[in-house]
Design a protein around this ligand. Structure first.
Ligand code: ZN
Length: 461
């Protein structure tokens, strides 16, 4: 039996399911016109209305972008786009005098053509999102030049990492014998470990500027906190995320005794990027009272004051250190690796079922890359859907645990105000449809987090 039509049909079912969830969430944006009672004291109705309009704009964008993607994919598959590009790759290899029967080289050209195609197709969408949607709501900080330079760099780095890994996987599947799935998984595991090490050190700096956090109150307090928990903090960086957008964040990474923390400059109320001012002197000690005095920047006049004060940033790090304390990252890694192993194992069982690939236009010869594509993106899609539900449920549990950890460090009030400020700065919408948020949110809704923190306090009192 040819499975092409059922596969295509099922991908549309999945598409409608996702669209249905988004529609439910979209309805919330339109229905909830007034600020929830719990938030009236902390968020003004103007900010709320802004976040509502932002959410609606994003949701509309995602709807059209999703529909476009689904239609393009269906069209490409329906009209034999895959075998066409496969033959085209062979013809190109022939032209330049290379052996088109070398499957790895053939697959490389195929993948490259495919990636160029999706790059071109996605470009107008990315451009519109950055320069229309994000711009309209004041988040975009990129110039058109930066956007294109960034995109080209990203593409080159992506291909440089992706194509060799793909070649290795094809090689292992072809020559690994019955137990190739063990070698394939092992290879992916080793490469992801290597990437985890070199990415922050060598790859991330290609895109953004990382500067050590300048000496001062904030640095001292973060180091004290790390010390008190025996967290082996080696380096403390600020990344100039403000060149891209004014969304804010913080994260930590590293192995064993070699940990780093990275703060987005947009998270820090009083941080001025080194590239803009010579002196860092007057940026360390301020609190709420310094609110209006920070306009000497002249960079842009209507620049809002965003970010958190020192105590709040320290509280955010208390939360992050909670993730480390409970080994959340290691737990995630183990689950992801088990999942990859399982997928390779099942792929091994399915890869020789010729009828899976015939309908996609490959009746005589089924390239490994095509088999990987069909099995991983279509056959596994229901499983992937369930996995992302499970991972989000787990991630939200981890967030509550990390919040609890910060509360136990005595940082409840600071973390609460920090979350509220970040919430405001990022124009997040405070109300979510339960089904949509279960599927999509890796973090619990703000109100639940605030309530969760209150519960912790009551327990320990
Ligand atoms: Zn967290």
């Amino acid at each position: 039996m040819d499975v092409f039509l059922p596969v295509l049909f099922f991908s549309w079912i999945m598409y409608f399911w996702e669209t249905y969830l988004s529609k439910r969430q979209h309805k919330m944006y339109e229905a909830v016109q007034a600020l929830p009672k719990e938030l009236t004291s902390v968020i003004d109705s103007k900010t709320f209305e802004k976040s509502r309009v932002y959410a609606i704009d994003k949701s509309n964008y995602e709807f059209w972008n999703g529909l476009f993607g689904q239609v393009i994919m269906t069209t490409v598959l329906w009209f034999g786009g895959l075998p066409f590009v496969w033959d085209l790759s062979g013809a190109i290899l022939d032209k330049v005098g290379l052996d088109e029967n070398n499957e790895i080289v053939h697959s490389l050209v195929f993948a490259l053509l495919g990636n160029i195609f999706s790059l071109i197709i996605d470009l107008p969408w990315k451009f519109y999102y950055t320069f229309v949607v994000e711009e309209k709501h004041g988040f975009n900080k990129m110039t058109v030049g930066f956007f294109f330079k960034d995109l080209i760099k990203k593409t080159l780095v992506y291909e440089a990492i992706n194509l060799p890994i793909m070649s290795l996987i094809i090689y292992i599947v072809k020559s690994g014998g019955d137990y190739f799935f063990i070698y394939a998984w092992l290879m992916v595991f080793i490469i992801s470990m290597i990437l985890l090490h070199i990415y922050p050190e060598y790859i991330a700096p290609l895109f953004d500027k990382y500067t050590p956090l300048p000496e001062g109150d904030l640095k001292k307090k973060i180091e004290e906190l790390a010390d008190s928990l025996d967290y082996p903090l080696k380096k403390l960086y600020v990344v100039e995320g403000s060149k891209r957008s004014s969304h804010s964040n913080a994260y930590m990474y590293g192995f064993h005794k070699n940990k780093r923390i990275v703060l987005f400059d947009t998270l820090l109320e009083d941080y001025t990027p080194v590239t803009r001012t010579e002196s860092m002197k007057d940026t360390s000690d301020t609190d709420e009272t310094g609110k209006d005095s920070k306009t000497e920047d002249g960079h842009d006049k209507e620049k809002k004051k965003i970010g958190c004060n020192t105590e709040e940033v320290v509280a955010v790090l208390g939360h992050e250190l909670g993730h480390w304390y409970y080994s959340h990252m290691v737990k995630n890694l183990v689950i992801i690796q088990l999942n990859i192993f399982l997928m390779f194992f099942v792929f091994g069982k399915l890869m020789n079922l010729r009828q899976l690939y015939v309908g996609f236009g490959f009746s005589d010869f089924q390239p490994i890359l095509i088999r990987l594509y069909v099995v991983f993106s279509f056959i596994f899609s229901p499983f992937n859907e369930i996995m992302s539900f499970v991972m989000n449920v787990l991630s939200r549990r981890f967030e509550f645990q990390a919040d609890e950890f910060a509360v136990n460090l005595g940082k409840r009030e600071q973390l609460k105000t920090a979350l509220l400020k970040l919430f405001k700065d990022n124009l997040a919408f405070p109300v979510a449809d339960w089904l949509y948020s279960t599927r999509h949110f890796s973090h619990p809704p703000l109100l639940e987090r605030l309530r969760g923190m209150d519960d912790v306090k009551q327990k320990s009192e």
